[in-house]
Ligand binder design. Structure first.
Ligand code: C5P
Length: 244
């Protein structure tokens, strides 16, 4: 019985602006993906990390990981690289295909959340090992969130968006990764998920579609996703604070 982490890292990082694929961009001089791999490998229970690289970037990712080996404190963690697809959902599915038979708990962790504390990773693993089939770290939302509808008939591009609903903020949570699963449950969720369109933006959503109960554990502010340029500023500041 062993735990693996699938790290989807095949996104192009369009919202971050021009440059290399997001996972390869440096934070504190070290590629974002390396931070993410180290963060999950720090958890003692993690025996295997499957990195899902951009379709044309597997060799570059392998070279980069070899240039930044795991510290001895990571123990015996294998790191393998596979290639991803056009959506996050497809990339995760490719990662699941690469798991070895001995794995019974799977975490999925965004490469774009490089600074997740090990305590969050361990809390997710512990909740799955205690019997929850699907576990998601989450935080309350600070912004009020609006649901929008389609633009009015005849409205051109850039027309104001109509608001259709305001969900009660106290009932909303912003979810993070790593999301943790009983392996068989996650495999089934991906096997029955529709593959057309944009795909699912999180894995727990696919498990919910099976009718399986998903539970939340406390997330962490430092597990934020590096998506836009300002997030890079925040990530650099968090790293500088840790190193001080
Ligand atoms: O696009 P989003 O911010 O949801 O991406 C979350 C994670 O999914 C990132 O780590 C990104 O590299 C990964 N991803 C992927 N394959 C895609 C799109 C996104 O592995 N086709």
């Amino acid at each position: 019985a062993r735990t693996a982490v699938v790290i989807p890292a095949a996104g192009r990082g369009v919202r971050l602006g021009r440059g290399a694929p997001k996972a390869l961009r440096p934070l504190g001089g070290i590629p974002m993906l390396v931070h993410a791999v180290r963060a999950v490998a720090r958890a003692r229970t993690v025996a295997l990390v499957v990195v899902v690289a951009p379709p044309d970037g597997a060799a570059a990712v392998r070279t980069m990981l070899d240039e930044h080996p795991l510290p001895d404190s990571a123990g015996a963690t294998d790191v393998v690289v596979v290639t991803g697809g056009t959506t996050r959902q497809e990339s995760v599915a490719r990662g699941l295909d690469a798991l070895t038979d001995d794995i019974d708990v799977v975490l999925v962790h965004d490469a774009a959340r490089p600074l997740v504390p090990v305590e969050t990773v361990e809390a997710v693993v512990a909740a799955v090992r205690d019997g929850a089939p699907a576990v998601v770290p989450a935080l309350p939302v600070t912004d009020t969130v609006k649901q929008v509808g389609p633009p009015a008939d005849g409205a051109g591009p850039g027309a104001p968006e109509p608001v259709v609903a305001t969900p009660e903020r106290a009932l909303l949570r912003a979810v993070q990764t790593p999301q943790g699963f009983d392996r068989a449950t996650l495999a089934k969720a991906h096997a029955q998920a529709p593959t057309e369109g944009e795909g699912a933006t999180d894995d727990a959503g696919l498990v919910e579609a099976l009718g399986v109960r998903v539970v939340l554990v406390p997330g962490h502010e430092e597990a934020f996703k590096v998506t836009r340029p300002l997030d890079l500023v925040l990530a650099e500041a968090v790293l500088a604070r840790r190193r001080a």
